[in-house]
Write a protein that binds this ligand. Structure first.
Ligand SMILES: [Zn+2]
Length: 552
């Protein structure tokens, strides 16, 4: 998630031939950014195995407290472990067995002093914490706890923290490269009469003497940090099954009690999504942990096996069509988009948030694939083209590495258009689908970099696509196909692009399809017909120029 209504407020800025790219001004980063965003030596030596997280939630005081027992494997002998927890939350103590360990604090990073760790061994530390976590003002974009009330005056609480990080409210290794290999236990102590929903499956409910209840949720697959979530409300459960590619998938909807009937009807889009996206991407990646839609007091987020929903039971994006074509109003944006993230975000996860387009580009593309599955290829193509309205082309899609920096918002609509353009180059729908499914198999439950994803697509398609990815991900400009027709000669080239840009493009000359291989130098071709057209499926600009003389 993490998208604001860009399409409604932003007009496409068209850059034409001759302009240079407009790059972001040099950002300045602090040591805290590096501690948060890089694989520091105090992170690198240990591999996450398991989180056992307990959190008690007190909405009257907007206060939480708990402990996280972290199981890790020692990859290299070391003595100092970095754990992240953001102010104003506090670590009260860290223990290993019976010993309390010394902690050196540096802002949001905390360095635990351990006895020498032996390579190959497994260890556990328990981090105790408490405090008033940052409150979300505009969830899910700014991140934090949402302390709301439902229509009956019951507490309605949820967490969201992509980008800012899970360490906003619980102590963890807050870098995306490492996930707990064996999953986690998430125990949530909720106020009387309310239900707490987390990730994975509900294992048991414990009644406490003070009237509160502890809900113990178990996740058996690796899980990304920001995917972990706490939701508390006056929930009811609607339980069913979906017959999918990997067998019976448990599908549970957790909604506010007074929305039960509405949800039963409206959430049918969840089954349509599973059908369409299993077709394109392969089996839902977390059968063992089940699939859930959980109602929350904010728009929604891709929490793993616990997709959160707050789109007000409307079609589109809060009733709006981001593409302006009408196709965006045939389905509930949040159900389709956030569920799409189960494949691209939760199954295939970026190592560094600079590569966030892997989540948002592919997932925005999954919207088009959903449309293609139910309404046909033309409808999907029209939706993809409609999304161009929201592209700004001011900064590259990829952000700065190792400092927890997201790239430009273009990662959504331009990411979709990049993939749609690459599909035109691959020009083989069956192979394209194989590549999308193959990605989810090759990188199953893994964290990845952009270059790994690019290389895979190039290898599988048999086409070197590196210059295309460089152009659309690492440069802000939209390439222009510039051409002139003089008598029976076509003169053409790529301009407004990187030096090595060489994307082949299929054009129609007098109704006949021809494959051109332009680059930034002029090329010449004899033609019999002067009518040239290029499919709008490519995200490029086309510029016919008048010339008096054939260039050298
Ligand atoms: Zn998203």
């Amino acid at each position: 998630m993490k998208k604001s209504i860009y399409a409604l407020v932003v007009l496409a800025s068209i850059q034409v031939s001759g302009q240079t790219a407009i790059f972001d001004e040099q950002e300045t980063y602090t040591r805290q950014d590096s501690l948060r965003g890089s694989i520091t030596p105090e992170r690198a030596w240990w591999d996450l195995k398991y989180y056992d997280l307990f959190v008690s939630v007190d909405p009257e005081n907007k206060f939480i407290s708990g402990r996280n027992t972290i199981t890790y494997e020692v990859l290299e002998s070391a003595r100092v472990m970095q754990i992240d927890l953001q102010e104003p939350m506090q670590i009260t103590k860290v223990t290993q067995g019976k010993d309390e360990l010394e902690i050196k604090h540096e802002g949001n990073a905390h360095f635990i002093q351990l006895p020498t760790q032996t390579k190959g061994s497994e260890g556990k530390v328990t981090v105790h914490f408490e405090g008033n976590p940052r409150e979300a003002i505009r969830a899910p974009w700014d991140g934090g706890y949402s302390w709301k009330k439902d229509e009956n005056g019951n507490h309605f609480i949820a967490t969201s923290n992509q980008g800012i990080g899970a360490s906003l409210w619980w102590p963890c290794k807050d870098h995306m490269y490492d996930e707990p290999d064996n999953g986690m236990t998430l125990s949530i102590q909720a106020p009387e009469k309310l239900t707490a929903v987390g990730n994975g499956r509900l294992e048991k409910i414990k009644k406490n003497k003070d009237g509160t209840r502890t809900f113990i949720w178990k996740v058996v697959n690796p899980i990304n940090n920001y995917g972990v979530n706490v939701n508390i409300g006056d929930y009811v459960n609607i339980s069913s099954k979906y017959e999918g590619e990997k067998g019976k998938l448990d599908v549970d909807f957790w909604v506010l009690s007074y929305n039960k009937d509405k949800a039963k009807e409206h959430f049918q889009d969840a089954f349509r999504t599973l059908e369409a996206l299993e077709h394109w991407f392969g089996p839902y990646p977390f059968y063992e942990d089940s699939y859930k839609l959980v109602e929350v007091p904010y728009l929604g987020m891709e929490h793993q096996s616990s997709v959160t929903y707050g789109n007000q039971y409307l079609k589109g994006y809060l009733g709006q069509d981001l593409s302006g074509t009408g196709w965006g109003l045939k389905w509930d944006y949040i159900i389709i988009h956030e569920t799409g993230h189960e494949w691209f975000a939760n199954n295939i996860t970026y190592k560094d948030v600079a590569d966030m387009w892997i989540h948002e580009g592919f997932t925005t593309y999954s919207e088009s694939l959903f449309i293609e599955y139910f309404y046909g290829k033309e409808a999907a193509s029209s939706y993809t083209q409609g999304l161009r309205l929201g592209i700004q082309n001011r900064e590259p899609i990829i952000g700065d590495y190792d400092v927890n920096s997201e790239g430009s918002r273009d990662m959504y609509p331009k990411g979709n258009n990049l993939l749609h353009t690459v599909r035109q180059v691959v020009n083989d729908d069956a192979k394209w689908r194989e590549i999308l499914r193959g990605l989810n198999k090759k990188f199953y439950h893994q964290t990845v970099t952009t270059s790994e994803v690019e290389s895979y697509i190039s290898e599988q398609s048999g086409i070197d696509l590196s210059n295309i990815f460089d152009q659309y991900l690492r440069d802000a400009r939209v390439p222009v196909f510039e051409y002139a027709i003089m008598d029976n000669r076509l003169i053409y080239r790529w301009t407004n692009c990187i030096e090595s840009f060489d994307m082949p493009v299929r054009v129609k000359i007098g109704g006949e399809e021809t494959l051109l291989k332009p680059n930034p130098s002029f090329q010449l071709m004899e033609i019999a017909d002067q009518n040239l057209s290029i499919s709008d499926d490519y995200y490029i600009y086309v510029n016919e120029v008048k010339i008096n003389k054939v260039p050298e």
